[in-house]
Design a protein around this ligand. Sequence first.
Ligand SMILES: *Cc1c(COP(=O)(O)O)cnc(C)c1O
Length: 342
Amino acid sequence: MIDLRSDTVTKPSPSMREAMARAEVGDDIYGEDPTVNRLQEVGAALVGKRAALFVPSGTLGNQLSLRAQAEPGREVIVEGRCHIIRYEQGAAAALAGVQLHWVTGTQGLMTAEQVEAAIRPKDPYSIQTALISIENTHNAGGGTVYPLSTIQAIHAVASAHQVPMHLDGARLFNAVVASGVSAAEYARHFETVTFCLSKGLGAPAGSLIATDDPGLLERLRRFRRMYGGAMRQSGILAAAGLYALKHNIQRLAEDHAHAKRLATRLQQIPGVAIDPATVETNMLFFEVHSNKLSLPAFVAALKQEGVLINAVGAHTCRAVTHLDVSAEMIEQAADRIARVLK
Ligand SMILES: *Cc1c(COP(=O)(O)O)cnc(C)c1O
């Protein structure tokens, strides 16, 4: 089976499992798990921040960042198709009690002008803007990468209005590898930065929230406990995260090359519409137009051929490359897609 549904399907490799089995552990609620402490140090340093907090999921990383930086009844500016709006079960409203103010971006990317227009005036009537959140790479936008200049311009607007910024960097390292901009250079503009150790980096679970502010770190830690995200001998998971950061960042370039290659192959298949130039990282969105097969029938037929992809719209499919997909599997996937559409 060639599983292109998401990079979340990656499984820990034998050597990652070995590192997990060997991990030294302790009770992390007492701050005594040496492997978690090490992961937090390494992860913070990697994004140029003073400290980081290990959390079970990227969703929790985002939600704690919102909860710790925006009082209930405040507003958070986000892009309209972001993960926080679509895939976090309304947690921003249900748990943080914040209102999301969304801006419709291009391929998921907001401009500084749009963000500035969304910041509320400081007057006794208006709701107040507490936070600006940016997603890089942008998942639903197509795995798109924020140009550093756009982030700098948004940061200038945020600073002028004294609004902090959060980076949902679930796939930050895909952006880093694709753009050549360092993680620290991106992260410099944000009070909180989250990134996933699972997905393309291959760990089974876990994310980090990084920050420079010790007071904010304490709030994040308190809310992590409140939300049920504090763990005990989680060094076993942290060991997988350390392994992922050491071995699986640079190789994301292969996933990006595979996505480009698949896009180029798909472009040549009658009935498929895709512009390979839109493929910036490890995701490709393509349209399927067949007068014989509906989209669900196409996805089902492809599954019969041993290829899994997701339908994400009336005619649109998403395929995602990752560390469990080889160059050869990409060629096979393209062959099978062509066969199904013939
Ligand atoms: C995957 C993802 C997250 C975190 O999701 P979890 O399922 O909680 O790991 C957050 N933001 C984006 C953009 C994501 O793609």
